[in-house]
Write a protein that binds this ligand. Structure first.
Ligand code: HT7
Ligand code: ZN
Length: 848
């Protein structure tokens, strides 16, 4: 497979003025009739062939301006020679047959438990009909659906219906990847929204009968998202109806199809008894994310798939802003940085590193990555920090004004910021083109009242990019005096060179610097400091992110020594953490985060970066010892904490109550190490919500108990697919390292292990790679069982198989034996017959 390159971009040969589609739905033989009005693109002078994408389509007939043509499709589409086409506007019509029931890849038109649905991003529309399936071809769509199923939906507004048919019209020009169709026996949870200009919009969440009572939180999140986008970005919704459909078989989280968002049911359906606080928070964020795409993605889309971060980075940034406005901004920022480091820093550190705007790909589905999404969002945050809130608001207004209805590029995006603020962003653009996480080495000195920070940035090579350039890095800094008062409030320093010094004058004493406040740039800060200074910042920093970061860094240093020297945690760390954990003036959610020990994968990454070869067993054992020591230190306070944090009234998913539950469960986890699980078993039995039910069960499993509770959980929830996903996951996640692979074997033999359902597959196989010591067990059993399942899934669902193969991306961190074992499994994958392009690209990059 030859790579597709950004430098080869050419505008489309033809533009589409309108599309009319008719679907005659049938599980094995759906007929799709298309009428596409095209004209030569003035941006491509001369006469050109018209290439229409099309895959796995049975062509029944085609015509140009009503005259049948003898079209001969190849494997990837159909070429209409320039000589056979009028040099003005013309109409291409086609009739094709497709088999949605046989579509296990869940891309194009497929079936999920009797319901028809589509997934067209990135290149699924070409599995529906012949069309120029590229995001820079935008057109209004008219869709007629014929089926006996009661609910027939497509994009835009419904314009007519009758028995067995419905017609939809979407007036907003859109690329084919935003096309959607749903047909099924569905019921709606409905509400309404009046936009800021007074237009009424009907809101519907369509689910299977019986699930309608589980849509309240998603609907509430949608309404709050619509209002927030009006208040904060001035963006109004633009159709008469906004439909959301929940689907059980879905490759990702959700999809922002114009006016008809399609969701993985996991991110819609929630009741306190079935969904955890994390589930509620994720539903809120994903509902918002997909809704926000209406402007950042749909009204303004991407010129080509290299520009994916244009819509995804910006929309992630917007959903993060929304969640931090709805919840605690400090806690949200800490959680986002934890995710960024766990997923994106890990990606940047290995063979899959790529720029936020990649320059080539083989399979675009492999580039829906943490780098494009999460690092892409960090770039927006940095831009905002550099130009200020007012500059950002001006730039965004200009972006919406200038590019509405267009397919835009990162150059367009940066030009808007330059034009709105007068800043030259040519150096900033390097963030989009160079992969890798910059290291910031910081030293300081203090003389005659002047405190100086000396900063050096190191940009290490990444695959295919040996030479890097210095980046523009906003470094937010505050200074505290020795008694803990802030003497210099947060100031944004701009690092533009490899080495630079920044000075603060007029200080009476040597201050303690708080550097990279709010995690102002996606970099690794390297600064030789003392545990005392970290403890000081943990106690006094006014920046909540850096306060947490100081505790985190302390814990990582202690844990690293426990791994490498077999040390025990000293009283200083234990006392510092205990002070935060028991400080009632602090937000319980923040205290819970402070109590969360560094993850094992995180420690492996940190130890590797420090020049060690991480040993997963030692990391696991040391982390267990660390938890035990913390439990011992906090022992007298734990019962009181658990009692005091019990929520008296009925369950509410709002952040304040969720924060209290998080702290209560953190205390319960520690107490389980002291009382043999008595209290956790009691909390499990008394729980009236899934957060506490799953939380208490996790505490028990973590100490090798909980078998009775697992059985109880299964008998209680055996018929609920989403809840049972948790039952599967928990057992793998908490399996002892030597037993994890065998546990996968046992659970994949369970009658409810439906491996063709991506949620269930991820619940089991994905959980294995999240059990660090289990996956990396020295026997190689973890690697083998993952490879077995990827090889099995790939022919059916290459997208999900490829995404889950990234468990192998950290190979280079480990010892030679483990590296060889992982290489063997990658070789087995690469040797699998009829390997998909998706998995071949991923395994190939990781094997290099
Ligand atoms: N824009 C969407 C990304 C996407 C996707 C979603 C579902 C299944 C397959 C998919 N491929 C790409 C989701 C989003 O970022 O909002
Ligand atoms: Zn998105």
């Amino acid at each position: 497979d030859t790579p597709i390159r950004l430098v080869d971009y050419l505008p489309p040969s033809h533009l589409v003025d309108s599309v009319a589609l008719t679907f005659r739905l049938h599980p094995q033989a759906t007929r799709v009739l298309s009428q596409v009005c095209l004209r030569p693109n003035p941006a491509r002078p001369g006469r050109h062939d018209l290439r229409l994408d099309g895959e796995a389509l049975r062509l029944i007939g085609a015509a140009v301006d009503g005259v049948p043509i003898a079209a001969m499709p190849d494997e990837t589409g159909l070429t209409l020679p320039a000589s056979s086409l009028p040099d003005g506007p013309f109409t291409f019509t086609a009739e094709v047959e497709i088999a949605p029931e046989a579509n296990t890849a869940l891309e194009g038109l497929y079936m999920s438990r009797g319901m028809y649905c589509t997934q067209c991003e990135a290149e699924g529309f070409r599995k529906i009909t012949f069309y120029p399936d590229r995001p820079d071809v935008m057109a209004p769509f008219r869709v007629r659906i014929e089926s006996d199923l009661p609910v027939l939906l497509s994009n835009g507004n419904e314009v007519a219906n009758g028995p067995g048919w419905a017609e939809w019209h979407d007036p907003w020009p859109k690329p084919a990847y935003l096309f959607a169709l749903v047909a099924g026996d569905l019921v709606a949870h409905s509400a309404g929204f009046t936009t800021m200009s007074g237009r009424d919009v009907a809101l519907n969440i369509w689910v299977r009968p019986g699930d309608e009572a589980r849509c309240g939180y998603a609907m509430d999140s949608l309404i709050r998202s619509m209002k927030w986008d009006e208040d904060v970005y001035g963006r109004e919704y633009d159709l008469d109806v906004f439909n959301i459909v929940a689907v059980d078989d879905f490759n990702m989280g959700a999809m922002e199809n114009k006016g008809l968002n399609i969701f993985n049911s996991k991110y819609v359906l929630a009741l306190p008894e079935t969904a955890t606080d994390d589930d509620f928070a994720r539903i809120e964020a994903i509902i918002a994310h997909e809704y926000f795409h209406n402007w950042t993605g749909n009204r303004i889309t991407c010129r080509d798939w290299f520009q994916l971060c244009l819509k995804e980075g910006l929309t992630v940034f917007r959903d993060q802003q929304f969640s931090s406005d709805m919840r605690s901004a400090a806690v949200k920022r800490i959680e986002d940085v934890l995710t960024l480091r766990a997923r994106q820093f890990r990606e940047d550190d290995g063979p899959l590193a790529h720029p936020v705007r990649p320059e080539e790909y083989i399979e675009i589905n492999n580039f829906y990555t943490a780098t494009v999404y999460e690092k892409g969002a960090e770039l927006i945050g940095m831009l905002k920090r550099l130009v200020g809130d007012k500059g950002y608001a001006k730039a965004l207004d200009l972006y919406f004004r200038r590019h509405d209805g267009q397919a835009a590029t990162i150059e367009d995006w940066l030009a808007v910021f330059e034009d709105a603020t007068g800043r030259d962003l040519s150096r900033f653009k390097l963030w989009y083109s160079e992969a890798g996480t910059p290291r910031l080495k910081v030293t300081d000195d203090f003389r005659d009242g002047r405190f100086s920070l000396h900063v050096e940035q190191v940009n290490l090579p990444t695959p295919g990019q040996p030479d890097k350039h210095p980046k523009v890095i906003p470094i937010a800094v505050g200074l505290l005096n020795p008694n803990g008062d802030e003497v210099v409030p947060t100031t944004v320093l701009e690092l533009t060179e490899t080495r630079q010094s920044f000075h603060f004058d007029g200080l009476a004493a040597r201050p303690v610097p708080s550097i990279l406040r709010g995690f102002s740039a996606p970099v690794v800060l390297e600064r030789a400091t003392t545990p005392e200074e970290r403890a000081f910042l943990l106690a006094h920093d006014t920046d909540p992110f850096n306060k947490w970061e100081a505790g985190r860094a302390l814990a990582k240093e202690v844990l690293a020594r426990m791994v490498t020297d077999g040390a025990q945690p000293g009283p200083d760390w234990l006392d510092a953490l205990a002070r935060v954990a028991l400080d009632e003036a602090l937000d319980p959610a923040f205290r819970a985060l402070a109590l969360r020990l560094p993850g094992e994968d995180d420690m492996a990454q940190t130890l590797h970066a420090a020049g060690h070869v991480p040993d997963p067993d030692r990391i696991h054992a040391a982390r267990q010892r660390m938890a035990a020591a913390l439990a011992e230190r906090l022992d007298p306070a734990l019962p009181g904490l658990i009692d005091a944090l019990a929520e008296p009234g009925p369950f509410t998913p709002e952040a304040r109550a969720a924060g209290r539950r998080a702290l209560r469960l953190a205390a319960l986890g520690l107490m389980t190490r002291r009382d043999g699980g008595a209290r956790a078993a009691a909390v499990f039995r008394a729980a009236n919500n899934m957060t506490e039910e799953v939380g208490a069960l996790s505490c028990l499993l973590d100490v090798g108990r909980g078998q009775e509770e697992l059985a109880l959980f299964e008998s209680r929830w055996g018929r609920d697919r989403l809840v049972m996903d948790k039952w599967f996951t928990l057992q793998i996640l908490h399996a002892a390292p030597a037993e994890a692979a065998a546990k996968v074997d046992r659970l994949t033999a369970h009658p409810d292990f439906d491996w063709k359902n991506p949620n269930r597959f991820r619940a089991v196989i994905g959980a294995l790679s999240a059990n660090h010591a289990g996956f990396h067990h020295a026997s190689g059993a973890g690697y083998r069982v993952l490879a077995d399942w990827l090889i099995r899934l790939d022919p059916l669902n290459p997208q999900t198989a490829a995404r889950m193969s990234t468990a192998f991306e950290t190979r280079a961190r480990y010892d030679a034996d483990r590296q060889a074992l992982m290489a063997d499994q990658l070789d087995r994958i690469l040797a699998a017959p009829a390997l998909s392009r998706d998995l071949a690209e991923m395994a190939g990059r990781m094997r290099r």
